[in-house]
Design a protein around this ligand. Sequence first.
Ligand code: C5P
Length: 410
Amino acid sequence: MQTNQLNGKRILIGVTGGIAAYRTAELVRRLRDAGVDVRVVMTANAEAFISSLTLQALSGNPVRTETFDEAAEAGMSHIELARWADAVMVAPATAGFIARLANGLADDLLTTLCLATEAPIAIAPAMNRVMWASPATQDNVARLITRGVAISGPGEGDQACGEVGPGRMLQPEDLVEQLNDMFGTSLLSGVRLLVTAGSTWEAIDPVRGITNRSSGKMGYAIADAAVRAGADVTLVSGPASEPLPASVRKFRQVTSARDMLHTVMDEIDGQDLFVSVAAVADYRPSSVSKRKLKKQNDDVLHMEFIKNPDILAEVKKQKPGIFSVGFAAETDNLVSEGRKKLLAKRADLIAANFVGGDFGAIGSDSNVLELIDRSGVTRIGPALKSTIAEQLIEEISVRFHAQSTLQNTR
Ligand code: C5P
């Protein structure tokens, strides 16, 4: 496991009625070993698979099943329990529970707690492979993803029903790892990372300009995830509609692509990693009028544009040793276009995403990325941009550390 971020944390484990519930005992034991204060809530169906006494003994706390249990409510009311948790993990999460959660039902203690808590929620699905693949379950999971619920698994393999396929609950040690990551990691501790985010504004005159619909969400989420992974982060942002991530201490606001280039070059000294998420305008008007342009009699207005500097390519030219990550927002041929950019900009990794579609990159809350490097393609998502950002930071850190090791042994 990474550095233990779990020590002293308060985690509520929800157990629903699936055969995998016997493995929740191991999950609870491991969490206790990591220093977690664990409380367990079971659904009525879960009690058919594992005894509350086992989970009580392992967690060291009374196990709750009823919303209106007078004695338990006198100790800690269900609202207090929802507030108490630093994180909630439901393992196993059955198809029925996922459906109730996706629909916002509060018909038992566990669903009520999930509605009443502000803590992050993760679920570890466990069910027959056909139930997992069914459009109803997949719709429910997609809805939960857009609400920020982390979906841990399921894994593939032999199932209790005799079938083989996706639907197995992840191993307890993997679930512990995922909970650990929810509280931050040390993947990039001591690493200096520069991120660009947002759009650029290329002035035409004092009032008008050329820009794009980038919201800054993806770049800001990456900056935040990098801080939580222990990196020393500097964020250079063009115009964006998102609020700045509170976790980022070093921030520089810029307007045009050339501003962005100068600021990046000003900050690049001593940086180990460059992540270029900004949607930089490829061209700018060849001249900027000092006065507001007047409407002409002609129906057609011609304008001349000149190419902007390519910041990602420039950074690698100036600092060949830096690990650089670029983005590619495409409408077609995602992977082949991404590969072209990898080579043209001498980047170490390109994160390519579609513009448009269900998980279209620009402006939306969710995303899917194809990560392209010299050894192949890895997909992350679909998931909320905050989850994608965490996974991307993990993928970057693996490659970054592998490259640093290689450079040091040369
Ligand atoms: O060539 P294209 O604009 O699709 O490349 C996208 C990638 O290059 C992104 O990482 C973007 O931040 C970066 N870029 C840049 N400077 C430009 C244009 C794009 O850094 N002028």
